[in-house]
Design a protein around this ligand. Structure first.
Ligand code: ADP
Length: 274
């Protein structure tokens, strides 16, 4: 049976304050879209609906949606952007990928570059990686003092609350794949010549730190899933299911935001096009 968007959302939502052991969360979740054809039909419909809703959001020009995508290497962040937002007009969606900070970015506080990339009113912003790298890779690879990193969870919660209070709805998705699925995806990058360009030897170093990353993700989920900006953990071993789940929740969120076309302060009948 096909699940409703509300049922899907309830299955992936991390309740604020709840512990989030990732090992206990299934990375497959057959019961959420059991058939590939159903998932593909669903994502096709939802992504068209997202485009229509974004047009309303733009017409209203009062609020914005920010979709945050996090996940370890090969978890499918790029594929999710392509799979979910491919029906949207290119003027309405702004995707920002956060890589290693530049010298100028490092000269500022870690949220400086992030705030600058948040979506303007009327837009959908998508973050491919985000400020959460500053409590993930930075924590695991000890790129900042532990005490400074410890303060960031609350700083991030406060920053996101500030965004919410200023018209930005946040949707945060962690794309969750199994260790074995990552092994297969990395191996494909070595085996298939047209995927070689995606391979980065540093990905193997991060893979060797799997347990440390898992612990950092769990801390992020339990400390930064808030009432104003909860986390959702998406089972992402199957790309088609991952896209369908994310698209369903993006659509549902925009429908709940219910952006409205502005009422003109003139009557169309007062004008005549000659
Ligand atoms: P991706 O792996 O997302 O396809 P890249 O190959 O450009 O893209 O990798 C981006 C890299 O930047 C990742 O290894 C990520 O951990 C790193 N990165 C992102 N944000 C930070 C940060 N704040 N500090 C250090 N490294 C970061």
């Amino acid at each position: 049976m096909i699940k409703t968007a509300t049922e899907i959302d309830a299955a992936v939502l991390i309740e604020p304050g709840a512990p989030s052991p990732l090992k206990q969360r299934d990375t497959v979740c057959d019961h959420l879209f059991s058939k590939r054809e159903e998932a593909e039909a669903s994502v096709a419909e939802d992504s068209k609906a997202v485009d229509k809703l974004q047009e309303r959001l733009w017409a209203e020009r009062k609020r914005a949606l920010l979709v945050v995508l996090q996940g370890i290497d090969t978890s499918g962040k790029d594929g999710t952007v392509r799979g979910v937002f491919n029906q949207c007009g290119p003027l309405g969606v702004e995707v920002t990928a956060f890589g290693r900070p530049s010298e100028q970015e490092l000269a500022h506080d870690y949220l400086w570059r992030v705030h600058g990339a948040t979506p303007a009113k009327g837009m959908i912003g998508v973050f491919n990686r985000s400020h959460y790298e500053d409590v993930l890779v930075v924590k695991v690879r000890k790129l900042a003092p532990a005490a400074a990193i410890e303060q960031r969870y609350e700083q991030i919660n406060a920053f996101e609350k500030h965004l919410c209070e200023n018209g930005v709805t946040l949707l945060k998705f962690m794309l969750h794949i199994s260790r074995d699925e990552q092994r297969q995806r990395l191996q494909e990058r070595l085996d298939q010549p047209d995927k070689n360009w995606k391979f980065n030897p540093a990905d193997l170093e991060d893979r060797a730190l799997w347990d440390e990353y898992e612990a950092a993700y769990e801390a992020m989920l339990s400390r930064c899933s808030t009432a104003h900006a909860p986390w959702r953990v998406i089972p992402a071993d199957k790309k088609w299911r991952r896209n369908a789940l994310v698209a369903a929740i993006v659509r549902k969120t925009l429908e709940e935001m219910a952006p409205a076309y502005p009422k003109p302060d003139w009557r169309p009948s007062d004008f005549r096009v000659v």
